[in-house]
Design a protein around this ligand. Structure first.
Ligand code: PMP
Length: 688
C-alpha cells in the first residue's frame, strides 16, 4: 500500500493562512489534493494537520469534502507522519507539502515507479533538484519512517520529516529522480505573496480550459508569457529548511534536550493550561511537578491497560508507580470493570444503605485478622482521621504518636513542615517517632504520660521491622492503654491477603486501608476490634458518599480475586526478580554507595545518596528524566501489580542498565548538570 500524506497547516509564518487562500473560490490545498488524487499509484491520501486551534478550518474542510485527516503535533511534523502512518500501516509513504498547489500526478507517479523498481529506501526529486520548486515528491519505506521517528533528534529533522533518512550517515538506499532538462530555477511553491500571485495567474490561464493541466502545460505557458519565469525568481529555494537548520546549530550542543521536549509537547501545553485553572496543575502532590520535573516528564496520562499506561503525547510506559500503589491487579482489570459496570446499571448511590456495604465489610472481616467491624471512607485520609478520632474518643486522650505519612488532614500534616493553615494547638498534639527505634516511642509516652490516645504506623515502609519492633510497639501501647493502629494503606492487600499484620503476625487494635482495596476505585476502610469500632455509632464519621456502590463493587471483585488467584505470590515473585536484577546492575557498576535498594519486593524503593558534588535530588531528577524518556514510569518506587510481566522486567532491566551507567558517568565526570535538562526537584517536606 502506498499512502500519501499531505502536510498542511494554517500557521505558516511567511504567508499566514496560505493553504486556505482561495483560487477560483477553492482553498489552495484542496486544489493540490485534487491534483494528487489523479496519481495512479497512490492508494490513499491523508491530510496531516495540527491540533492547534488555528487548524480547525482544515479539519472542517476535510470533513466537508470527505477527506481523511489526522491532527497532531504542530511542530513535530515527523511525529504527525508517524502517527498517521501507524494507523494505516502502508509499505511506502509519499510525503507532500501543502505549499505545492501545482503538484503534478505524473511527476508523483514517476518518483513512485523509480522507488518501487529500484527497491530504494528513499526516493525523491529533491536530493539534487532539477524539477521546478513546488513539484517536490518524496517517497520512503514505512521502516525508514519508524526509524526516523525513533532516532531523529534535531529540530530540522523533526520539522522536515525526512532529513534523518537522507542524511548520508544512515546508510539508507537513496535515489534521486532527475528531469531531463534542469528546471530548478523555476519557483512554483507558495511561501510569499508573490508566489501566490504567480500560481493564481497560472490557474487563471490554464484551469478554465483544462482543470487537469499538467506541468508541461505550465512550461508551455511560460514560453508564451516569459515574465512568469522571473516574477518570484529572487526568492531562495528551501528557505524554511535553512532557518530550521540554524536552530539546529543553536541546539546542537544539547541535541537530547530537544528529543525530550518533543516527547512531551502536549503534556507541557496542557500543564500550562491546567495551571491557570488548577493550582499546581494536579490534585495530588505526588502526581505534580513536585515529583515529575517539568519539561522532561509526562504530566497527563490518557489511559492504561495491564501494567502499561499511555500519556497524552502517545508515549507508552511500563508503570511501576501503579497510581501511587492503588493499582494492585493492573489497569483496566476485566473482573473489576465488569463488577463496576453491573453495579452502574443499578445505580451508584441511594437514599439508604446498599447491601453491598455489608458484603464488603464481611469480606474484610473474613480476610483481615484485626477486623471485627468495618466502616468505609473514600480516601485514605478519611480512614486515618476516622481511626484517630475513634482512638481519642475511646481513650479520652489527646496526643498521638505517628511514624511516616498518614494523610492530608490537620491532625497529621500539622506535625510536618507543610503545615500552613493548621492551628498550632492541633499540631502540638502529634509527635513523630522513628521506625525500628523503640526508644523514640518510649520518649513520647514518657513526655505525655497517660495522654497518648493512639500510636499509628505503617507495619513496614522502606525497612523491614527489626528486633521484634512491631511486637514491642504493641506491648508498649497495651501497657499505656493506647490504641494501636496499623496504617495499611499500602501494605494491605499487597503484603498478604490479610495485610502486613497477617504477614508479620502482629494484630493491631485498628487498621486503616485504602489504595489497593478496590484496584484504583476510591474506597478506604477503618477496621478493627468490635469493642472500639462500636464507638463509631457515637463518633462523627459520616459523609454523603460513604456507601458509594461502584467502588464497593470494585472492592468486592478485587478482594474475591485476591482470594481466588495467587496474586500476592505472583507480585512478590516479580518484585523479587526486579530487586535482584536491579541490585545486580548496581553491583556490576560498583554503585552501591550511590544508590541503595530497600523495601519488600511488592513495594521496593531506590534511594539516592548525596555525593560531594551533587545532592540526591539532582541525581534523582536525572534518573527520572532518563527513565521516563525510555518508557518507564517510576518515581523511585516499584509498586508491583499482578500485571507486571517478565517482559516488563526485562525492559526495565535494559532501561536501568542504561540509566545507571549514565548516572555513574555523569557523576564521575562531574558533568551532571550538562545531562540535566531541567531544574532539579526539591523535597516535598523540608527538613527542619
Ligand atoms: N497513609 C498512608 C500510609 C499513605 O501512603 C497514604 C497515601 N499516600 C495515606 C495514608 C493517605 O491516603 P489518601 O492519599 O488516599 O488520603
Amino acid at each position: 500500500m502506498i499512502l500519501a500524506i499531505l502536510q498542511v497547516r494554517v500557521s505558516s509564518t511567511r504567508l499566514p493562512a496560505k493553504v486556505l487562500k482561495p483560487i477560483f473560490g477553492k482553498p489552495m490545498f484542496l486544489h493540490q489534493y485534487e491534483r494528487i488524487k489523479r496519481s495512479k499509484l497512490i492508494n490513499k491520501i491523508v491530510i496531516a494537520t495540527s491540533d492547534d486551534m488555528s487548524d480547525n478550518p482544515i479539519e472542517e474542510l476535510c470533513i466537508k469534502n470527505s477527506i481523511d485527516y489526522y491532527r497532531g503535533n504542530l511542530h513535530d511534523v515527523l511525529d504527525r507522519f508517524y502517527q498517521t502512518a501507524i494507523k494505516y500501516k502502508p509499505q511506502h509513504i509519499v510525503r507532500l507539502t501543502g505549499d505545492c498547489p501545482l503538484m503534478d500526478p505524473n511527476v508523483i507517479d514517476t518518483v513512485i515507479e523509480t522507488h518501487l523498481n529500484g527497491k530504494y529506501d528513499y526516493t525523491s526529486n529533491t536530493l539534487e533538484p532539477t524539477y521546478p520548486d513546488g513539484l517536490d515528491v518524496e517517497i520512503f519505506t514505512y521502516q525508514c519512517l519508524i526509524e526516523a521517528y525513533k532516532m531523529a533528534s534535531l529540530p530540522s529533522h523533526r520539522e522536515h520529516v525526512t532529513p534523518y533518512i537522507y542524511d548520508k550517515n544512515n546508510n539508507y538506499k537513496l535515489k534521486n529522480v532527475s528531469n531531463i532538462e534542469n528546471l530548478n530555477y523555476l519557483r512554483w511553491t507558495v511561501d510569499e505573496e508573490l508566489d501566490f500571485q504567480l500560481v493564481n495567474k497560472i490557474f487563471e490561464e490554464l484551469y478554465f480550459e483544462n482543470p487537469e493541466f499538467s506541468y508541461r502545460d505550465i512550461l508551455k505557458l511560460i514560453v508564451r508569457i516569459p515574465e512568469l519565469k522571473t516574477v518570484n525568481a529572487h526568492f531562495n529555494r528551501n528557505e524554511g529548511f535553512g532557518i530550521s537548520r540554524k536552530n539546529d546549530l543553536i541546539d546542537e550542543q544539547q541535541p537530547s534536550k530537544k528529543i525530550t521536549q518533543n516527547r512531551y509537547i502536549k503534556s507541557q501545553n496542557l500543564l500550562n493550561r491546567s495551571r491557570k485553572s488548577i493550582p499546581l496543575g494536579a490534585q495530588t502532590f505526588s502526581k505534580s511537578i513536585t515529583h515529575f520535573p517539568e519539561g522532561v516528564s509526562p504530566h497527563f496520562i490518557e489511559y492504561g491497560n495491564g501494567s502499561r499506561v499511555w500519556d497524552i503525547d502517545g508515549n507508552e510506559y511500563i508503570d511501576f508507580s501503579s497510581s501511587l500503589a492503588a493499582i494492585t491487579l493492573g489497569y483496566n482489570d476485566i473482573d473489576v470493570n465488569n463488577a463496576v459496570k453491573n453495579q452502574l446499571e443499578k445505580g451508584s448511590i441511594f437514599s439508604l444503605s446498599h447491601p453491598i456495604e455489608v458484603e464488603v465489610a464481611e469480606k474484610l472481616i473474613e480476610m483481615v485478622p484485626c477486623a471485627e467491624m468495618v466502616r468505609f471512607g473514600k480516601s485514605g485520609s478519611d480512614a486515618t482521621a476516622g481511626a484517630i478520632r475513634l482512638a481519642r474518643a475511646y481513650t479520652g486522650r489527646d496526643h498521638v504518636a505517628i511514624c511516616g505519612y498518614h494523610g492530608w488532614q490537620d491532625w497529621y500534616i500539622g506535625a510536618t513542615s507543610r503545615n500552613r493553615g493548621i492551628p498550632k494547638s492541633t499540631a502540638e498534639l502529634t509527635h513523630f517517632f522513628q521506625f525500628n527505634n523503640i526508644e523514640s516511642l518510649e520518649k513520647i509516652f514518657k513526655n505525655h504520660q497517660n495522654n497518648v490516645a493512639a500510636v499509628i504506623l505503617e507495619p513496614m515502609n522502606t525497612e523491614f521491622p527489626q528486633n521484634n519492633f512491631l511486637q514491642l510497639v504493641q506491648e508498649l501501647s497495651k501497657k499505656n492503654g493506647t490504641v494501636l493502629i496499623f496504617d495499611e494503606m499500602i501494605t494491605g492487600f499487597r503484603f498478604s491477603n490479610g495485610g502486613a499484620q497477617e504477614y508479620f503476625g502482629v494484630t493491631p487494635d485498628l487498621a486503616t486501608f485504602g489504595k489497593g482495596i478496590a484496584n484504583g476505585f476510591p474506597l478506604s476502610a477503618v477496621a478493627g476490634k468490635a469493642e472500639i469500632m462500636k464507638l463509631m455509632e457515637e463518633v462523627f464519621f459520616s459523609f454523603t458518599f460513604g456507601g458509594e456502590t461502584l467502588s464497593l463493587a470494585a472492592s468486592l471483585a478485587t478482594l474475591k480475586k485476591l482470594q481466588h488467584e495467587p496474586i500476592i505470590k505472583q507480585m512478590r515473585k516479580q518484585g523479587q526478580k526486579l530487586m535482584e536484577q536491579t541490585s545486580q546492575i548496581l553491583n556490576e557498576y560498583g554503585m552501591k554507595d550511590l544508590v541503595r535498594l530497600s523495601g519488600d519486593p511488592v513495594w521496593s524503593f531506590i534511594h539516592f545518596n548525596d555525593t560531594h558534588s551533587y545532592s540526591q535530588w539532582e541525581i534523582k531528577t536525572l534518573f527520572l528524566q532518563e527513565v521516563f524518556k525510555r518508557g518507564v514510569l517510576t518515581t523511585g518506587t516499584h509498586n508491583i501489580s499482578y500485571s507486571h510481566t517478565d517482559e516488563d522486567l526485562s525492559i526495565i532491566k535494559n532501561v536501568y542498565q542504561e540509566v545507571f551507567l549514565l548516572l555513574k558517568k555523569a557523576i564521575n565526570e562531574g558533568n551532571l548538570y550538562e545531562y540535566l535538562e531541567t531544574k532539579p526537584i526539591e523535597p516535598l517536606f523540608k527538613l527542619r
